[in-house]
Ligand binder design. Structure first.
Ligand code: UD1
Ligand code: MG
Length: 453
Protein backbone atom coordinates (compact mmCIF):
# COMPACT_ATOMS: atom_id res chain seq x y z
CA UNK A 1 0.00 0.00 0.00
CA UNK A 2 1.45 3.31 -1.03
CA UNK A 3 1.67 5.62 1.92
CA UNK A 4 1.72 8.77 -0.19
CA UNK A 5 -2.06 8.85 -0.61
CA UNK A 6 -3.82 10.69 2.17
CA UNK A 7 -6.87 9.22 3.83
CA UNK A 8 -9.83 11.08 5.29
CA UNK A 9 -12.70 9.60 7.28
CA UNK A 10 -16.29 10.74 7.14
CA UNK A 11 -18.15 9.30 10.10
CA UNK A 12 -21.95 9.26 9.88
CA UNK A 13 -23.54 9.88 13.25
CA UNK A 14 -26.67 11.91 12.52
CA UNK A 15 -29.13 9.11 13.23
CA UNK A 16 -31.35 9.63 16.28
CA UNK A 17 -31.12 6.06 17.44
CA UNK A 18 -34.69 6.05 18.73
CA UNK A 19 -34.69 2.27 19.13
CA UNK A 20 -32.12 2.58 21.90
CA UNK A 21 -34.89 4.12 24.08
CA UNK A 22 -32.25 6.35 25.63
CA UNK A 23 -31.60 9.98 26.50
CA UNK A 24 -27.98 9.37 25.47
CA UNK A 25 -27.37 9.59 21.70
CA UNK A 26 -26.91 6.10 20.30
CA UNK A 27 -23.32 6.50 19.17
CA UNK A 28 -22.21 7.47 22.70
CA UNK A 29 -23.27 4.15 24.18
CA UNK A 30 -20.16 2.21 25.19
CA UNK A 31 -18.83 -1.12 24.00
CA UNK A 32 -15.95 -2.49 26.11
CA UNK A 33 -15.76 0.80 27.97
CA UNK A 34 -15.54 3.14 24.98
CA UNK A 35 -18.32 4.79 23.02
CA UNK A 36 -19.17 3.39 19.61
CA UNK A 37 -18.15 6.73 18.11
CA UNK A 38 -14.91 6.42 20.08
CA UNK A 39 -14.18 3.05 18.48
CA UNK A 40 -14.74 4.45 15.01
CA UNK A 41 -12.57 7.51 15.75
CA UNK A 42 -9.87 5.13 17.00
CA UNK A 43 -10.08 3.24 13.72
CA UNK A 44 -9.58 6.53 11.88
CA UNK A 45 -6.48 7.08 14.03
CA UNK A 46 -5.21 3.61 13.22
CA UNK A 47 -5.35 4.32 9.48
CA UNK A 48 -3.68 7.69 10.12
CA UNK A 49 -6.55 9.68 8.63
CA UNK A 50 -5.34 13.22 8.06
CA UNK A 51 -8.88 14.59 8.25
CA UNK A 52 -11.86 13.37 10.27
CA UNK A 53 -15.35 14.74 9.71
CA UNK A 54 -18.13 13.63 12.04
CA UNK A 55 -21.61 14.21 10.59
CA UNK A 56 -24.11 14.91 13.35
CA UNK A 57 -27.73 16.01 13.58
CA UNK A 58 -28.61 19.59 14.49
CA UNK A 59 -29.32 18.91 18.17
CA UNK A 60 -26.35 16.79 19.12
CA UNK A 61 -23.77 19.04 20.82
CA UNK A 62 -22.79 16.22 23.16
CA UNK A 63 -21.79 14.03 20.22
CA UNK A 64 -19.61 16.81 18.77
CA UNK A 65 -18.07 17.44 22.19
CA UNK A 66 -17.30 13.74 22.66
CA UNK A 67 -15.68 13.61 19.22
CA UNK A 68 -13.54 16.69 19.89
CA UNK A 69 -12.54 15.45 23.31
CA UNK A 70 -11.06 12.30 21.80
CA UNK A 71 -9.77 13.88 18.58
CA UNK A 72 -9.20 17.62 19.11
CA UNK A 73 -8.89 18.32 15.39
CA UNK A 74 -12.04 16.39 14.43
CA UNK A 75 -14.23 18.46 12.16
CA UNK A 76 -17.95 18.56 12.74
CA UNK A 77 -20.53 18.78 9.96
CA UNK A 78 -24.19 19.25 10.69
CA UNK A 79 -26.77 17.49 8.57
CA UNK A 80 -29.83 19.70 8.92
CA UNK A 81 -32.38 17.05 7.97
CA UNK A 82 -31.93 13.33 7.66
CA UNK A 83 -32.56 12.92 3.99
CA UNK A 84 -30.48 9.78 3.59
CA UNK A 85 -26.91 8.55 3.63
CA UNK A 86 -25.90 10.41 0.44
CA UNK A 87 -27.18 13.65 1.94
CA UNK A 88 -25.25 12.88 5.13
CA UNK A 89 -21.97 12.49 3.23
CA UNK A 90 -22.73 15.65 1.25
CA UNK A 91 -23.12 17.51 4.55
CA UNK A 92 -19.38 16.92 5.03
CA UNK A 93 -18.50 18.57 1.69
CA UNK A 94 -17.46 21.96 3.11
CA UNK A 95 -15.20 20.32 5.70
CA UNK A 96 -13.70 18.12 2.97
CA UNK A 97 -12.90 21.03 0.64
CA UNK A 98 -9.57 20.59 -1.11
CA UNK A 99 -9.16 16.97 -0.12
CA UNK A 100 -8.31 14.66 -3.00
CA UNK A 101 -7.01 11.53 -1.30
CA UNK A 102 -9.02 8.45 -0.35
CA UNK A 103 -12.21 8.93 1.63
CA UNK A 104 -13.35 6.28 4.03
CA UNK A 105 -17.03 6.43 4.92
CA UNK A 106 -17.83 4.86 8.28
CA UNK A 107 -20.99 4.57 10.38
CA UNK A 108 -20.59 5.58 14.02
CA UNK A 109 -23.03 2.82 15.00
CA UNK A 110 -20.87 0.11 13.41
CA UNK A 111 -18.04 -0.01 15.93
CA UNK A 112 -16.27 -3.32 15.29
CA UNK A 113 -14.63 -2.74 11.90
CA UNK A 114 -10.95 -3.67 12.06
CA UNK A 115 -7.89 -1.91 10.72
CA UNK A 116 -6.82 -4.88 8.56
CA UNK A 117 -10.15 -4.81 6.75
CA UNK A 118 -9.92 -1.11 6.05
CA UNK A 119 -6.36 -1.56 4.80
CA UNK A 120 -7.56 -4.26 2.41
CA UNK A 121 -10.24 -1.85 1.13
CA UNK A 122 -7.70 0.93 0.64
CA UNK A 123 -5.35 -1.33 -1.26
CA UNK A 124 -8.21 -2.46 -3.53
CA UNK A 125 -8.94 1.25 -4.06
CA UNK A 126 -5.37 1.87 -5.06
CA UNK A 127 -5.42 -0.99 -7.50
CA UNK A 128 -7.84 1.09 -9.52
CA UNK A 129 -11.37 0.82 -8.10
CA UNK A 130 -12.93 4.25 -7.63
CA UNK A 131 -15.16 2.91 -4.87
CA UNK A 132 -14.68 -0.16 -2.69
CA UNK A 133 -17.61 -1.39 -0.63
CA UNK A 134 -17.35 -3.61 2.41
CA UNK A 135 -19.80 -6.47 1.90
CA UNK A 136 -20.92 -9.28 4.17
CA UNK A 137 -23.28 -12.24 4.20
CA UNK A 138 -25.74 -11.81 7.06
CA UNK A 139 -27.90 -14.65 8.36
CA UNK A 140 -30.90 -12.61 7.21
CA UNK A 141 -30.14 -10.36 4.23
CA UNK A 142 -33.63 -8.88 4.04
CA UNK A 143 -32.98 -5.42 5.58
CA UNK A 144 -29.77 -4.71 3.67
CA UNK A 145 -28.74 -3.25 0.35
CA UNK A 146 -27.72 -6.05 -2.04
CA UNK A 147 -24.42 -6.02 -3.93
CA UNK A 148 -24.82 -6.72 -7.64
CA UNK A 149 -21.54 -8.23 -8.73
CA UNK A 150 -20.52 -8.56 -12.37
CA UNK A 151 -19.34 -11.85 -13.85
CA UNK A 152 -15.77 -10.61 -13.67
CA UNK A 153 -16.02 -9.94 -9.94
CA UNK A 154 -16.48 -6.16 -10.07
CA UNK A 155 -19.26 -4.36 -8.23
CA UNK A 156 -22.00 -3.23 -10.58
CA UNK A 157 -24.56 -1.59 -8.31
CA UNK A 158 -26.12 -1.62 -4.86
CA UNK A 159 -29.87 -2.08 -4.74
CA UNK A 160 -31.60 -1.14 -1.49
CA UNK A 161 -33.80 -3.82 -0.04
CA UNK A 162 -37.08 -2.04 -0.68
CA UNK A 163 -36.12 -1.43 -4.31
CA UNK A 164 -35.06 -4.99 -5.12
CA UNK A 165 -36.80 -7.10 -7.74
CA UNK A 166 -37.76 -10.56 -6.42
CA UNK A 167 -34.71 -11.90 -8.25
CA UNK A 168 -32.36 -9.33 -6.64
CA UNK A 169 -33.85 -10.10 -3.22
CA UNK A 170 -32.26 -13.54 -3.46
CA UNK A 171 -28.77 -12.04 -3.41
CA UNK A 172 -27.07 -12.81 -0.11
CA UNK A 173 -24.02 -10.53 -0.48
CA UNK A 174 -24.96 -7.28 1.29
CA UNK A 175 -23.72 -3.76 1.89
CA UNK A 176 -22.28 -3.11 5.36
CA UNK A 177 -22.25 0.63 4.68
CA UNK A 178 -18.47 1.05 4.91
CA UNK A 179 -16.95 2.43 1.72
CA UNK A 180 -13.59 3.69 0.48
CA UNK A 181 -14.04 6.20 -2.34
CA UNK A 182 -11.67 8.21 -4.47
CA UNK A 183 -11.91 11.71 -3.00
CA UNK A 184 -11.39 13.23 -6.42
CA UNK A 185 -14.78 11.94 -7.62
CA UNK A 186 -16.86 11.36 -4.47
CA UNK A 187 -18.68 14.68 -4.34
CA UNK A 188 -19.32 14.86 -8.07
CA UNK A 189 -20.87 11.37 -7.89
CA UNK A 190 -23.04 12.54 -5.01
CA UNK A 191 -24.31 15.46 -7.12
CA UNK A 192 -26.05 12.98 -9.37
CA UNK A 193 -27.85 11.05 -6.61
CA UNK A 194 -31.61 11.56 -6.65
CA UNK A 195 -34.35 10.42 -4.32
CA UNK A 196 -36.86 8.72 -6.58
CA UNK A 197 -36.87 5.41 -4.78
CA UNK A 198 -38.96 3.38 -2.34
CA UNK A 199 -37.89 5.42 0.69
CA UNK A 200 -37.71 8.83 -0.99
CA UNK A 201 -34.17 9.18 0.41
CA UNK A 202 -30.86 10.13 -1.12
CA UNK A 203 -29.02 6.83 -1.13
CA UNK A 204 -25.23 6.84 -0.85
CA UNK A 205 -25.36 3.40 -2.41
CA UNK A 206 -26.46 4.95 -5.74
CA UNK A 207 -22.94 6.28 -6.33
CA UNK A 208 -21.86 2.81 -7.46
CA UNK A 209 -24.17 2.67 -10.48
CA UNK A 210 -23.36 6.34 -11.23
CA UNK A 211 -19.62 5.59 -11.16
CA UNK A 212 -20.12 2.54 -13.41
CA UNK A 213 -21.99 4.71 -15.94
CA UNK A 214 -18.96 6.98 -16.05
CA UNK A 215 -16.83 3.97 -16.84
CA UNK A 216 -15.20 3.87 -13.41
CA UNK A 217 -14.66 0.51 -11.75
CA UNK A 218 -15.99 -0.45 -8.34
CA UNK A 219 -15.19 -3.40 -6.11
CA UNK A 220 -16.38 -5.17 -2.98
CA UNK A 221 -14.45 -6.83 -0.18
CA UNK A 222 -16.08 -9.34 2.14
CA UNK A 223 -16.04 -9.03 5.92
CA UNK A 224 -17.28 -11.34 8.60
CA UNK A 225 -20.86 -10.49 9.60
CA UNK A 226 -19.74 -9.95 13.23
CA UNK A 227 -17.29 -7.29 12.18
CA UNK A 228 -19.90 -5.09 10.53
CA UNK A 229 -22.64 -5.52 13.09
CA UNK A 230 -24.68 -2.31 13.21
CA UNK A 231 -26.16 -1.32 16.55
CA UNK A 232 -29.74 -0.06 16.59
CA UNK A 233 -31.04 -1.38 19.89
CA UNK A 234 -29.71 -2.49 23.25
CA UNK A 235 -29.97 -6.06 22.03
CA UNK A 236 -27.47 -5.37 19.27
CA UNK A 237 -25.38 -3.34 21.71
CA UNK A 238 -25.06 -6.45 23.87
CA UNK A 239 -24.15 -8.51 20.81
CA UNK A 240 -21.43 -6.02 19.92
CA UNK A 241 -20.13 -6.27 23.50
CA UNK A 242 -19.92 -10.07 23.28
CA UNK A 243 -18.13 -9.98 19.93
CA UNK A 244 -15.62 -7.40 21.14
CA UNK A 245 -15.03 -9.20 24.45
CA UNK A 246 -14.22 -12.39 22.56
CA UNK A 247 -11.84 -10.49 20.32
CA UNK A 248 -10.09 -8.89 23.32
CA UNK A 249 -9.80 -12.27 25.10
CA UNK A 250 -8.31 -13.80 22.00
CA UNK A 251 -5.78 -11.00 21.64
CA UNK A 252 -4.79 -11.16 25.32
CA UNK A 253 -4.04 -14.87 24.95
CA UNK A 254 -2.14 -14.44 21.69
CA UNK A 255 -0.06 -11.79 23.46
CA UNK A 256 0.96 -14.26 26.16
CA UNK A 257 -1.57 -14.03 28.99
CA UNK A 258 -3.23 -17.15 30.36
CA UNK A 259 -6.98 -16.77 30.92
CA UNK A 260 -8.18 -19.68 33.03
CA UNK A 261 -11.74 -19.32 31.76
CA UNK A 262 -11.76 -16.74 28.97
CA UNK A 263 -15.51 -16.35 28.73
CA UNK A 264 -15.64 -15.07 32.34
CA UNK A 265 -12.96 -12.39 31.96
CA UNK A 266 -14.21 -8.96 30.87
CA UNK A 267 -11.90 -6.46 29.27
CA UNK A 268 -11.89 -2.80 28.53
CA UNK A 269 -10.86 -1.70 25.04
CA UNK A 270 -7.56 -0.42 26.50
CA UNK A 271 -6.62 -3.22 28.94
CA UNK A 272 -2.92 -4.02 28.68
CA UNK A 273 -1.67 -7.40 29.91
CA UNK A 274 1.97 -8.43 29.76
CA UNK A 275 3.36 -11.89 29.05
CA UNK A 276 2.80 -14.71 31.48
CA UNK A 277 0.08 -12.80 33.27
CA UNK A 278 -2.41 -15.30 34.69
CA UNK A 279 -6.00 -14.15 34.99
CA UNK A 280 -8.36 -16.30 37.01
CA UNK A 281 -12.08 -16.79 36.53
CA UNK A 282 -14.57 -13.95 36.82
CA UNK A 283 -12.23 -10.99 36.60
CA UNK A 284 -13.42 -7.58 35.35
CA UNK A 285 -11.07 -4.98 33.88
CA UNK A 286 -12.53 -1.47 33.74
CA UNK A 287 -10.84 1.25 31.67
CA UNK A 288 -7.19 2.16 32.14
CA UNK A 289 -5.59 -1.02 33.51
CA UNK A 290 -2.03 -2.11 32.82
CA UNK A 291 -0.71 -5.40 34.18
CA UNK A 292 2.99 -6.17 33.77
CA UNK A 293 4.63 -9.49 32.92
CA UNK A 294 4.15 -12.37 35.29
CA UNK A 295 1.55 -10.76 37.54
CA UNK A 296 -1.39 -12.83 38.75
CA UNK A 297 -4.95 -11.60 38.90
CA UNK A 298 -6.88 -14.15 40.90
CA UNK A 299 -10.59 -14.92 40.57
CA UNK A 300 -13.36 -12.40 41.25
CA UNK A 301 -11.12 -9.34 41.14
CA UNK A 302 -12.24 -5.98 39.75
CA UNK A 303 -9.66 -3.50 38.46
CA UNK A 304 -10.02 -0.04 36.95
CA UNK A 305 -7.54 2.77 36.36
CA UNK A 306 -4.85 0.65 38.01
CA UNK A 307 -1.27 -0.39 37.32
CA UNK A 308 0.07 -3.74 38.48
CA UNK A 309 3.83 -4.33 38.30
CA UNK A 310 5.58 -7.53 37.46
CA UNK A 311 5.06 -10.60 39.67
CA UNK A 312 2.47 -8.84 41.85
CA UNK A 313 -0.58 -10.81 43.02
CA UNK A 314 -4.09 -9.46 43.21
CA UNK A 315 -7.07 -11.21 44.80
CA UNK A 316 -8.98 -13.40 44.90
CA UNK A 317 -11.63 -10.73 45.40
CA UNK A 318 -9.19 -7.84 44.97
CA UNK A 319 -10.57 -4.42 44.18
CA UNK A 320 -8.26 -1.91 42.51
CA UNK A 321 -9.76 1.50 41.90
CA UNK A 322 -8.35 4.45 39.92
CA UNK A 323 -4.85 5.40 40.96
CA UNK A 324 -3.98 2.05 42.50
CA UNK A 325 -0.32 1.45 41.69
CA UNK A 326 0.81 -1.97 42.80
CA UNK A 327 4.58 -2.48 42.90
CA UNK A 328 6.75 -5.38 41.89
CA UNK A 329 5.94 -8.57 43.76
CA UNK A 330 3.46 -6.79 46.03
CA UNK A 331 0.38 -8.63 47.22
CA UNK A 332 -3.21 -7.43 47.48
CA UNK A 333 -5.34 -10.13 49.03
CA UNK A 334 -9.00 -10.93 49.40
CA UNK A 335 -11.51 -8.16 50.08
CA UNK A 336 -8.86 -5.48 49.88
CA UNK A 337 -9.79 -2.21 48.18
CA UNK A 338 -7.02 0.10 46.99
CA UNK A 339 -7.66 3.60 45.62
CA UNK A 340 -5.15 6.32 44.68
CA UNK A 341 -2.41 4.51 46.54
CA UNK A 342 1.04 3.25 45.75
CA UNK A 343 1.86 -0.14 47.20
CA UNK A 344 5.61 -0.39 46.84
CA UNK A 345 7.75 -3.39 45.99
CA UNK A 346 7.04 -6.51 48.01
CA UNK A 347 4.53 -4.87 50.36
CA UNK A 348 1.56 -6.96 51.47
CA UNK A 349 -2.02 -6.00 52.19
CA UNK A 350 -3.47 -9.45 52.46
CA UNK A 351 -6.94 -9.31 53.98
CA UNK A 352 -10.03 -7.14 54.41
CA UNK A 353 -8.57 -3.65 54.10
CA UNK A 354 -9.23 -0.24 52.61
CA UNK A 355 -6.13 1.61 51.48
CA UNK A 356 -7.01 4.98 49.91
CA UNK A 357 -4.87 8.10 49.29
CA UNK A 358 -1.79 6.39 50.64
CA UNK A 359 1.67 5.04 50.14
CA UNK A 360 2.64 1.67 51.55
CA UNK A 361 6.43 1.47 51.58
CA UNK A 362 8.48 -1.41 50.22
CA UNK A 363 8.19 -4.61 52.19
CA UNK A 364 5.62 -3.22 54.64
CA UNK A 365 3.01 -5.62 56.01
CA UNK A 366 -0.48 -4.28 56.51
CA UNK A 367 -2.51 -6.49 58.83
CA UNK A 368 -6.03 -7.76 58.29
CA UNK A 369 -8.80 -5.20 58.62
CA UNK A 370 -6.56 -2.14 58.41
CA UNK A 371 -8.39 0.97 57.24
CA UNK A 372 -6.99 4.28 56.07
CA UNK A 373 -9.52 6.83 57.35
CA UNK A 374 -8.87 9.19 54.46
CA UNK A 375 -12.06 11.25 54.38
CA UNK A 376 -13.47 13.63 56.96
CA UNK A 377 -16.65 14.36 55.07
CA UNK A 378 -15.09 17.32 53.24
CA UNK A 379 -11.54 16.53 52.21
CA UNK A 380 -9.32 13.56 51.48
CA UNK A 381 -6.08 13.15 53.46
CA UNK A 382 -2.94 11.14 52.88
CA UNK A 383 -1.54 8.20 54.83
CA UNK A 384 2.15 7.46 54.46
CA UNK A 385 3.41 4.07 55.63
CA UNK A 386 7.18 3.68 55.64
CA UNK A 387 9.22 0.85 54.21
CA UNK A 388 9.21 -2.30 56.31
CA UNK A 389 6.51 -1.03 58.68
CA UNK A 390 4.18 -3.54 60.34
CA UNK A 391 0.60 -2.38 60.74
CA UNK A 392 -1.22 -4.52 63.28
CA UNK A 393 -4.56 -6.03 62.38
CA UNK A 394 -7.58 -3.77 62.59
CA UNK A 395 -5.57 -0.57 62.77
CA UNK A 396 -7.37 2.64 61.85
CA UNK A 397 -4.96 5.12 60.32
CA UNK A 398 -6.63 8.51 60.68
CA UNK A 399 -5.18 10.64 57.90
CA UNK A 400 -3.18 12.76 57.54
CA UNK A 401 -0.75 10.49 59.31
CA UNK A 402 2.73 9.12 58.75
CA UNK A 403 4.13 5.82 59.96
CA UNK A 404 7.93 5.77 59.97
CA UNK A 405 10.06 3.13 58.30
CA UNK A 406 10.13 -0.11 60.27
CA UNK A 407 7.57 1.06 62.85
CA UNK A 408 4.85 -1.16 64.36
CA UNK A 409 1.28 -0.35 65.28
CA UNK A 410 -0.51 -2.54 67.78
CA UNK A 411 -3.59 -4.43 66.63
CA UNK A 412 -6.81 -2.51 67.04
CA UNK A 413 -5.08 0.85 67.37
CA UNK A 414 -6.63 4.07 66.16
CA UNK A 415 -3.57 5.99 65.03
CA UNK A 416 -4.05 9.75 64.89
CA UNK A 417 -0.46 10.96 65.36
CA UNK A 418 2.67 10.28 63.34
CA UNK A 419 4.76 7.30 64.47
CA UNK A 420 8.57 7.51 64.50
CA UNK A 421 10.66 5.04 62.56
CA UNK A 422 11.16 1.72 64.37
CA UNK A 423 8.76 2.69 67.21
CA UNK A 424 5.68 0.80 68.40
CA UNK A 425 2.48 2.82 68.62
CA UNK A 426 -0.23 1.28 70.71
CA UNK A 427 -3.62 2.89 71.20
CA UNK A 428 -5.92 0.66 73.18
CA UNK A 429 -7.24 0.38 76.75
CA UNK A 430 -5.39 -1.81 79.24
CA UNK A 431 -6.80 -5.31 79.47
CA UNK A 432 -8.62 -5.97 82.80
CA UNK A 433 -8.96 -9.49 84.19
CA UNK A 434 -11.52 -10.53 86.88
CA UNK A 435 -10.55 -13.92 88.19
CA UNK A 436 -13.40 -16.48 88.37
CA UNK A 437 -16.00 -13.98 87.09
CA UNK A 438 -17.36 -16.27 84.37
CA UNK A 439 -17.82 -19.23 86.67
CA UNK A 440 -19.71 -17.08 89.25
CA UNK A 441 -21.87 -15.65 86.52
CA UNK A 442 -22.86 -19.10 85.27
CA UNK A 443 -23.58 -20.30 88.81
CA UNK A 444 -26.11 -17.48 89.30
CA UNK A 445 -28.20 -18.97 86.51
CA UNK A 446 -27.71 -22.65 87.39
CA UNK A 447 -30.78 -24.72 86.54
CA UNK A 448 -32.22 -22.11 84.17
CA UNK A 449 -32.28 -22.83 80.46
CA UNK A 450 -30.37 -20.27 78.44
CA UNK A 451 -32.60 -18.30 76.11
CA UNK A 452 -32.03 -17.73 72.47
CA UNK A 453 -29.97 -14.67 71.79
C1 UD1 B 1 -27.79 1.51 4.91
C2 UD1 B 1 -27.45 1.24 3.45
C3 UD1 B 1 -27.67 -0.24 3.13
C4 UD1 B 1 -26.85 -1.08 4.07
C5 UD1 B 1 -27.16 -0.73 5.53
C6 UD1 B 1 -26.20 -1.42 6.46
C7 UD1 B 1 -27.97 3.26 2.20
C8 UD1 B 1 -28.97 3.96 1.33
N1 UD1 B 1 -28.28 2.05 2.61
O1 UD1 B 1 -29.18 1.29 5.04
O2 UD1 B 1 -27.29 -0.52 1.80
O3 UD1 B 1 -27.11 -2.45 3.83
O4 UD1 B 1 -27.02 0.69 5.75
O5 UD1 B 1 -26.61 -1.23 7.76
O6 UD1 B 1 -26.93 3.82 2.46
N2 UD1 B 1 -27.41 8.45 8.57
C9 UD1 B 1 -27.20 9.79 8.69
N3 UD1 B 1 -28.04 10.65 8.03
C10 UD1 B 1 -29.07 10.23 7.27
C11 UD1 B 1 -29.28 8.83 7.18
C12 UD1 B 1 -28.44 7.98 7.82
O7 UD1 B 1 -26.27 10.23 9.37
O8 UD1 B 1 -29.78 11.07 6.70
C13 UD1 B 1 -26.52 7.52 9.27
C14 UD1 B 1 -27.25 6.73 10.33
O9 UD1 B 1 -27.08 7.35 11.60
C15 UD1 B 1 -26.55 5.40 10.31
C16 UD1 B 1 -26.08 5.27 8.86
O10 UD1 B 1 -26.07 6.57 8.33
O11 UD1 B 1 -25.41 5.37 11.14
C17 UD1 B 1 -26.95 4.34 8.05
O12 UD1 B 1 -28.25 4.84 8.01
P1 UD1 B 1 -29.52 3.90 8.07
O13 UD1 B 1 -30.72 4.75 8.02
O14 UD1 B 1 -29.39 2.93 9.18
O15 UD1 B 1 -29.39 3.12 6.67
P2 UD1 B 1 -30.06 1.76 6.28
O16 UD1 B 1 -31.41 2.02 5.79
O17 UD1 B 1 -29.89 0.79 7.37
MG1 MG C 1 -29.44 0.85 9.42
Amino acid sequence: MSSSIEVAAIILAAGQGTRMQSTLPKVLHPVAGRSMLGHVLALSDAIAASRRVVVVGPDMPIVSEAARKQVPDARIAIQAKQLGTADAVKAAAAEMAGFTGDVLILYADTPLVQIETVQAMLSARRKGASAVVLGFRPADPSPYGRLLMSDTGGLHAIIESKDCTPEQSKITFCNSGVMAVDGAVLFSLLEEVGNTNAKGEFYLTDIIAIARKRGLTCAAIEADADEVLGVNSRVELSQAEVILQNRLRHMAMLNGATLLDPSTVYFSHDTKLGRDVVVGQNVVFGPGVTVADGAQIKPFSHLEGATVATAAEIGPYGRLRPGADIGKGARIGNFVEVKAARIEEGAKVSHLSYIGDARVGAGANVGAGTITCNYDGFEKHFTDIGAGAFIGSNTCLVAPVKIGDGAYTGSGSVITKDVSPDALALVRPQQVEKAGWAARFRARFAGKKSGHG
